[in-house]
Write a protein that binds this ligand. Structure first.
Ligand SMILES: [Zn+2]
Ligand SMILES: [Zn+2]
Length: 240
């Protein structure tokens, strides 16, 4: 299983890949699960946790309420008696098991949303889950045994957050995308401009590695060059 070690000796395991990534952050005693994947991949998630000998989870942190991240939240909450944490702007969607359809950030996805948005909406339903803790601003993770914090990085969705571990590794949810070769732009966003501003928030953390929930880890350089290109476009558009 792919894993990385931070400067304080925490290990981050990628416990789910395929449709979307989910990560386990562990210091050997405490375990945090970040995102939970879709119901379809529940068995793979459970298999990974069992293989690592994980029998308790101190928290499940959801980067946002889209079905490919929150799909197993209710199940994990019950099975492991785990508190579920989510930004307060996302808690209502989690409770309803449905996320509003985000806008497209590029020609193709704008076309898809315009023509098939309603259909997409019905495919994005998932098992509803009542959050145990919500937050609106930065949340420290020391009470869970980790040097780290949850950082609001809105734009992909209103309450999207990233998790900064050990000032070193960022689990960025869908604020960044690791699938396309020359861009970190996710194909969908509720507010593209806000999301681009969140990239600056991520760069300012001083972390060295950024793990999106889709695709491969990203370097500072990849995010910086995409940020510079897109922020220029926003400035030009606002001037014209
Ligand atoms: Zn998403
Ligand atoms: Zn996603």
């Amino acid at each position: 299983m792919k894993h990385w070690t931070t400067s304080s000796g925490y290990t981050i395991f990628r416990v789910l890949r395929f449709r979307s990534n989910a990560f386990l952050v562990t210091n050997g005693r405490n375990n945090l699960l970040v995102d939970s994947g879709t119901k379809r991949y529940r068995r793979q998630l459970l298999w990974s946790l069992a293989k690592l000998g994980v029998s308790h989870l101190d928290a499940l942190i959801l980067t946002h309420s889209h079905f490919d991240h929150a799909g197993n939240a209710h199940y994990i909450q019950n099975r492991f008696h785990t508190p579920v944490l989510i930004h307060s702007d996302e808690a209502g969607y989690l409770q309803n098991g449905q996320t509003p359809v985000p806008g497209g950030t590029m020609l193709l996805t704008r076309f898809l949303i315009r023509n098939f948005g309603n259909k997409v909406g019905s495919l994005m339903k998932f098992e509803p889950c009542e959050a145990n803790q919500t937050f609106k601003t930065r949340l420290d993770l020391s009470k869970f045994g980790f040097k780290g914090y949850i950082l609001p990085t809105p734009g992909h969705s209103q309450g999207s957050v990233s998790i900064v571990i050990d000032d070193d590794i960022v689990l960025a949810g869908d604020a960044l995308f690791g699938v396309f070769p020359a861009s970190v732009m996710p194909p969908y966003a509720q507010d593209k401009g806000l999301m681009i501003q969140s990239w600056k928030i991520l760069l300012d953390t001083g972390a060295g590695s950024f793990f999106p929930a889709h695709g491969k880890p990203l370097t500072i350089k990849a995010i910086e060059s995409c940020y510079n290109k897109n922020i220029r476009n926003i400035t030009l558009n606002s001037q014209s």
